[in-house]
Write a protein that binds this ligand. Structure first.
Ligand code: BES
Ligand code: MN
Ligand code: ZN
Length: 488
């Protein structure tokens, strides 16, 4: 989608979008007011967040489709920006209109807020029609261009330098998350990321199963051993910061399909487990965004990529595996596989890059959905400073986090009679014991945070920035975290 920020409204054919912050809709002033006001009243349009109304009215001699998008009276410019861009596209994407002009005049949006209108429009327009060969014309997107006028000076620069990169990163994430598991598996995940990273300066490397076996990654490889797809450890490096400065590490769970293994999942809904690589997808998309916008920070990202399958060679409940850290794990439940993957990925990044900060992302537990639903991802960290920074970045970016507890009494629940630990605790507090498990692999002195995003990678209902499906979670969060904390 083409995005432009000219100084004033263009001429020609387009649909005009007029934002309404409650009853405040300054761009409507230029229209022949009487009949427009009557039409809005007839549709009971009040400018509330999420409301829209449509009129066909005379606009300087041509009859034009005019869409009013409500963003609520009390919203701040960044909040309103998200609702305006997303709301406009949700309404018009398949409307037949090819050009959409959004007029922000009179709303006092600065350059950043205006560019964020473009971001949410671009995010909301994303869809993946690769396998839909029989789409009717009426179902196909028509909007090819969005023009934003009336924002602060410098909106185009803000879009070019920051938000367009974030949109591209989120697209990669959503593509990886959306693709089925016969298409995206460890090897092809790496290939997709490599292709996207081409020419950006993002360094891409990958270890295969044999290389990981040499390193002693028994926890990750135990999960992979039931699959005919070889595992991969994807390493992405972005060095935009001070030379030689140790990188911050991001780690993602990349289970390209999670059947549960021998502790097999019920059939109903199992297809959702194609997106059990949402953490890895989010981290990879964030790295692409950071590279594309040339972030002034050093970052290394590790994606632990495996497929969890039941098979004659699959690991069994009760098996004991030795992780790269040397710690042994009794695998009580082969469906608690994400933590096994993360354990070795975290040890690898610590041994190789000595990061002082590690943030991991994983669609780790169904229990986090019971706790937080689909509104927040769960944030676990013993480090108050890091937790606060992430919570703040979550609130600013829209990828919201809610902090959960950790503690010794939870840790005791994963002691094993035969090994150093077991991979599951009791049902109660399942997201917390999962986090405690990961914590056992984090070295002393490392600031660590874990984000359980099982409720956030995929959405069953549309929002301002996505339609049903892959959300792109973690891309905006990490971009914001880096901007706020590492680029000063
Ligand atoms: N990938 C699942 C978690 C999940 C569930 C993600 C629902 C998204 C939606 C994870 O590997 C898993 O199976 N977790 C188990 C852990 C249990 C066996 C301790 C779970 O949550 O049931
Ligand atoms: Mn599982
Ligand atoms: Zn899983």
């Amino acid at each position: 989608m083409q995005i432009e920020f000219p100084a004033s409204r263009p001429s020609g054919d387009y649909a005009l979008v007029i934002p309404a912050l409650g009853s405040n809709r300054p761009a409507a002033a230029a229209l022949s007011a009487a009949n427009v006001d009557a039409a809005l009243r007839a549709q009971r349009f009040d400018g509330d967040s999420g409301s829209t109304a449509e009129v066909f009215a005379d606009d300087g001699g041509t009859v034009r489709r005019i869409v009013f998008v409500g963003a609520g009276g009390g919203s701040t410019p960044p909040e309103a920006a998200e609702k305006i861009g997303g709301g406009a596209i949700a309404k018009l994407l398949t409307s037949g209109e090819t050009h959409v002009v959004i007029d922000l005049s009179g709303l006092n949006f600065d350059a950043d807020a205006a560019a964020r209108v473009a971001l949410s429009a671009s995010l909301r327009a994303w869809r993946y029609d690769r396998y839909r060969t029989k789409l009717k014309d009426k179902q196909k997107p028509t909007v090819a261009k969005v023009t934003i006028v009336g924002g602060g000076e410098g909106a185009k620069a803000r879009w070019d330098d920051r938000w367009s990169a974030v949109a591209e990163g989120a697209s990669l994430t959503r593509e990886l998350v959306t693709e089925p598991a016969n298409i995206i598996y460890p090897e092809t995940f790496v290939e997709r990321v490599r292709a996207a990273a081409e020419g950006t300066g993002l360094e891409v490397e990958a270890l295969d199963g044999a290389a990981m076996a040499k390193l002693g990654m028994g926890a990750l490889l135990g999960v992979a051993q039931g699959s005919v797809r070889d595992a991969r450890l994807l390493v992405l490096r972005w060095n935009g910061g001070a030379e030689g400065e140790t990188p911050v590490a991001f780690v993602g769970k990349g289970v390209t399909f999670d059947t549960g293994g021998i502790s097999i999942k019920p059939a109903a809904g199992m297809e959702a487990m194609k997106w059990d690589m949402g953490g890895a997808g989010g981290v990879a998309g964030a790295m692409l965004a950071l590279a594309k916008r040339k972030a002034k920070a050093n970052i290394v990202a590790i994606c632990g990529l495996v497929e969890n399958m039941p098979d004659g060679n699959a690991q069994r409940p009760g098996d004991v595996v030795t992780s790269m850290s040397g710690q042994t794990i009794e695998v009580i439940n082969t469906d608690a596989e994400g933590r096994l993957v993360l354990a070795d990925a975290i040890t690898y990044v610590q041994r190789t890059y000595k990061p002082k900060t590690i943030i991991d992302f994983a669609t780790l537990t169904g229990a986090i959905l019971i706790s937080l639903g689909h509104e927040y991802a769960g944030l676990f960290s013993p480090d108050d400073g890091l937790a606060n920074k992430l919570t703040k970045a979550g609130a600013t970016s829209g990828d919201k986090l809610w902090r959960m507890p950790l503690g010794e009494p939870f840790d005791r629940l994963i002691d094993s009679p035969i090994a150093d630990m077991k991979n599951v605790g009791p049902r109660e507090g399942g997201s917390i014991t999962a986090a405690q498990f990961i914590k056992r692999f984090v070295d002393d002195g490392v600031a660590w945070a874990h984000v359980d995003m099982a409720g956030k990678a995929w959405a069953d209902k549309a929002s301002d920035t996505y339609d049903k499906g892959a959300t792109g979670f973690a891309v905006r969060l990490l971009d914001q975290f880096v901007a706020d904390n590492l680029e000063r």
